[in-house]
Write a protein that binds this ligand. Sequence first.
Ligand SMILES: N[C@@H](CCC(=O)N[C@@H](CS)C(=O)NCC(=O)O)C(=O)O
Length: 204
Amino acid sequence: MKLYYAPGACSIGIHTLLEEIGKPYETERVDLRQGAQHQSAYTAVNPKSKVPTLLRDDGSVLTEYPAIAYWLARTNPYANLLPDDIDLQARVLELTDYVVATIHMQGFGRLIRPSGFGPSAADEDAVKARGREIVERGFALLDQALAGKDYAVGQFSFADTAIFYIEFWSQRFGITLPPNCAAHLQRMLARPSVQRMLQQEGLA
Ligand SMILES: N[C@@H](CCC(=O)N[C@@H](CS)C(=O)NCC(=O)O)C(=O)O
């Protein structure tokens, strides 16, 4: 198995899941700043030009954070990345989708690349302000979901690694996390899997 990743990108969540699973895997760094995601060597693997991408042992490629996380959890049940209870499974998917599709793509997306969301450079401040609003509202909702719990659905799951990657990003964008998210981030940073991932990506 091989994970294509970029240091500090949303792929840190999948990288953490691979460390939780503990089976051998390879990694290949994709230099997003240099545009490696658009070069043929990479688009031959993932034509969407995004990380994370997982190359599986049968040679097939899986993309999209929730799909990769779900597949890793189901194929490695001993790692307990997805609860058995169907209602809790639905909650894990609900939270993961909200993190990826809304907080990341709609919120952080506007902060990372405002030019993708507005017709001219003059719109950039307004685009970024809207991005910040979406992110802050997202963290407020996640804070409620985490109230009284160590992990988002009461036990560790792949929803936590999704929440973790945006919590990790909040530091870079000067976003103050509400208290339950701040505590969740610290809890995640204390996990050996996260520490190994940070070390491997040169982020420790
Ligand atoms: N919907 C994708 C989003 C992945 C994504 O946006 N990845 C970013 C890094 S966090 C990326 O590869 N960006 C490169 C680019 O847009 O050029 C997923 O769920 O995996």
